[in-house]
Design a protein around this ligand. Structure first.
Ligand code: SF4
Ligand code: SF4
Length: 299
């Protein structure tokens, strides 16, 4: 399968040197996540707050929490010893945009002090519509939104609550608001010329039969890649799904779904689901087994 198949030449030109999007580039360029965003504005049933945001990060070790200034210092130090460093992303450990002041300050400092690096972030999307203009002004290259369902009834099985507009919402209403905000964020980011990738966590019996529809709609709305990731549900991680016995998909089930989406589905096939503080070449920092998420990468 040709690298960049399904992407327009203009988009391929933009991402071909990004280690996460080009299998070729990931042998030559490095990426780094800085963990500056501790809190979250939603609850996912696959989340364990002791670990990094499961939407883009692997479980196992709590990220070091950095201030924006510490994050920039760390990026400078890594760039000095790792000339292949080309991308810096903010992936949590909570939601990058729930922590917008810290995240935007970090991006602003990075843009000023290490202007050659490509910047990206991941988010659950709830706060995205409020920050698209700021992200565009900081020349953020791409944004990842984790979007697991288009149907609020399905969403309600994944998200027990969200915090929005100074109150907590639950059930279908919460899932409906989250979906509306994710769609608005997707549309506004695409309109602003920011590349948008969608992550979906495949949860057997809950959203697995629905992800084909998610793929179709997010492509129609202009997402340039869709990354389907397997739920990792382990009681030891203490997630709601882990405790209720919700299983993750088998590798065959994940492959079958990816195959059913076809060659034109703009699927991302080598995301390593890195931790929120991952540093280095993909696959060389302990995040390279291509496994699933804690039940779920920023960039
Ligand atoms: Fe928030 Fe990420 Fe946890 Fe979901 S998985 S509750 S978005 S920190
Ligand atoms: Fe790239 Fe996936 Fe790792 Fe993010 S989590 S840096 S998209 S490989």
């Amino acid at each position: 399968r040709r690298e960049g198949a399904g992407l327009s030449p203009a988009i391929w030109e933009k991402v071909k040197e990004h280690p996460c999007y080009s299998e070729q580039a990931h042998h030559h360029f490095a990426r780094m996540h800085v963990a500056v965003a501790p809190g979250c504005n939603i609850q996912c049933n696959y989340c364990n707050r002791k670990f990094d945001c499961a939407n883009e990060s692997r479980p196992g070790v709590v990220s070091e929490r950095l201030t924006p200034e510490q994050a920039v210092e760390k990026v400078r130090a890594v760039a000095a010893r790792l000339p292949q460093l080309s991308v810096v992303g903010i992936a949590g450990p909570g939601d990058s945009l729930h922590n917008a002041p810290r995240t935007l300050k970090t991006l602003e400092l990075l843009r000023a002090e290490v202007p050659d690096l490509t910047l990206c972030l991941s988010t659950n999307g709830l706060a995205l519509p409020d920050h698209v203009d700021a992200l565009k002004a900081l020349d953020v290259h791409h944004v990842t939104i984790t979007l697991n369902a288009l149907d609020p009834e399905i969403g309600a099985e994944i998200y027990p609550w969200i915090a929005h507009d100074h109150r907590r919402w639950r059930g279908v209403e919460a899932a409906r608001i989250l979906l509306e905000r994710q769609m608005e964020g997707l549309e506004r980011a695409v309109a602003a010329g920011i590349l948008v990738k969608i992550n979906s966590v495949m949860i057997p019996g809950i959203n697995d039969g629905h992800l084909e529809e998610v793929n179709r709609v997010v492509r129609e709305k202009g997402a340039f890649l869709h990354n389907v990731m397997p739920l990792i549900s382990d009681p030891a991680h203490g997630t709601h799904f882990g405790l209720t016995g919700q299983r993750g998909p088998t590798p065959v089930e994940v492959q079958t779904l990816r195959d059913s989406l076809g060659n034109d589905a703009r699927l991302m096939r080598h995301c390593r689901q890195c931790r929120a503080d991952a540093v280095g070449m993909l696959g060389e920092d302990g995040c390279g087994d291509g496994g699933g998420a804690d039940a779920t990468s920023p960039t």
